[in-house]
Write a protein that binds this ligand. Structure first.
Ligand code: SAH
Ligand code: SF4
Length: 365
């Protein structure tokens, strides 16, 4: 199997260049061609000598995951389904807004953490995505969006923000996620600001500490409950990393974080975690932590056993947090018609799996 250059950040590419007897500046040239220009063909890399291009073609490939489908909802939300082999598909979603364009990226096929309300969790864990498969999502989106993007949108480039809120738990695929983050931040690659790249975690405490040391980016923590008894049920990893320890890890993270607050995500489940009493309990719980809340109306899927909280319950809950001085946003459910609301991917597991199999079969002829 050839080496896939999409698996390397700057350091990895420099090592690769050394191995084939090339100087470190070649790594910078390659980074720019691959990630800035979205080029996958060595022969198109015009400032590389022919001999070098031949050497590269013999030693390596630039191979992103294949696009199986590409849908745009009426509100502009765009979703790609990418094949990562063996009938597995992963989803990437682009959410355009006036002043920013956010790409929601997946980090694993399935997820081992089995949160009760999450359809990715219901699928179980299949495998970690490689760096090429993680960064390949941004590579594709950037390429596809640049073709139609005009800077009239008030910004220079289509993707300004990344959220690792697709399928999987990013902090249990630590090395590949950090290498991908390096590329997102690298000026020779995507050049995004640390403040605009967000890792979302269900609270893998040791990995939060490592992330803080290795690559501090903005952090979102999936809280979903105001106490351990309920969180143990909704987010089973809480039994290993309970709330008090999680909040202490958030405080440590803030010492090196590019933003001075943690975003807490809170999925709104009817009759489970959306009462006024629970809102007050939540206010008490986080009172010592600089934070913002993002309330996510539950995205239902077949046999989930949960219902979405009513709009009234969501706004009453939000009001309690706001009155206590906590900045709180309610996530808009966007792109619902293509099951692409970010953080709520894989809405229809069985259907989707069948569809992926069918389209892979069709693509294979
Ligand atoms: N594994 C990471 C990141 C991916 S999930 C995490 O758990 O944080 C991104 C967000 O979507 C998380 O806050 C997750 O709890 C939430 N989520 C999962 N399933 C959902 C559903 N069916 N409806 C609404 N939000 C959901
Ligand atoms: Fe995994 Fe996040 Fe889903 Fe929990 S909510 S099962 S951690 S993807």
């Amino acid at each position: 199997m050839s080496i896939n250059l999409l698996d390397f950040d700057a350091k990895g590419l420099t090592g690769f260049c050394a191995e084939i007897g090339e100087k470190p500046f070649r790594a910078r040239q390659l980074l720019r061609w691959i990630h800035r220009a979205g080029e996958a063909d060595f022969d198109a890399m015009s400032d590389l000598a022919k001999g070098l291009r031949e050497k590269l073609s013999a030693a390596a490939v630039i191979e992103p995951p294949k696009v199986i489908s590409d849908h745009t909802a009426p509100d502009g939300t765009r979703k790609w389904l990418l094949s990562v082999g063996a009938g597995n598909g992963i989803e990437t979603v682009y959410i355009p807004e006036k002043s920013r364009g956010t790409l929601c990226i997946s980090s694993q096929v399935g997820c081992a953490l089995a949160c009760a309300f999450c359809s990715t969790g219901r699928q179980g864990f299949n495998r970690n995505l490689t760096v090429a498969e993680i960064i390949g999502q941004l590579w594709w989106a950037n390429k596809a969006l640049t073709e139609t993007f005009t800077s009239e949108a008030g910004r220079e480039r289509p993707v300004t923000n990344i959220v690792m809120m697709g399928m999987g738990e990013p902090l249990t695929n630590f090395e590949n996620v950090v290498t991908s983050l390096d590329l997102m931040l690298d000026d020779n690659a995507y050049g995004l600001s640390r403040r605009r790249v967000t890792v979302s975690t269900s609270g893998i405490i040791p990995a939060m500490d490592r992330l803080r040391e290795r690559c501090p980016v903005a952090l979102a923590v999936s809280l979903h409950a105001p106490n351990d008894a309920l969180r143990d049920q909704l987010v089973p990893i809480n039994r290993k990393y309970p709330i008090r320890e999680l909040l202490a890890a958030c405080e440590r993270y803030l010492q090196s974080a590019p933003r001075d607050f943690i975003t807490f995500e809170y999925v709104m489940l009817d009759g489970v975690n959306d009462s006024m009493a629970q809102a007050h309990e939540l206010v008490q719980l986080v009172r010592d932590i600089p934070c913002k809340f993002n309330l996510i109306p539950f995205n239902p899927f077949p046999d989930s056993g949960f219902r979405r909280s009513s709009a009234n319950a969501v706004s009453r809950f939000r009001d309690v947090l706001m009155e206590a001085g906590l900045v709180t946003t309610v996530r808009k459910t966007r792109g619902d018609d293509i099951a692409a609301a970010c953080g709520q991917l894989a809405g229809k597991v069985l259907d989707k799996t069948r569809r992926v199999h069918r389209s892979i079969a069709e693509a294979a002829g």
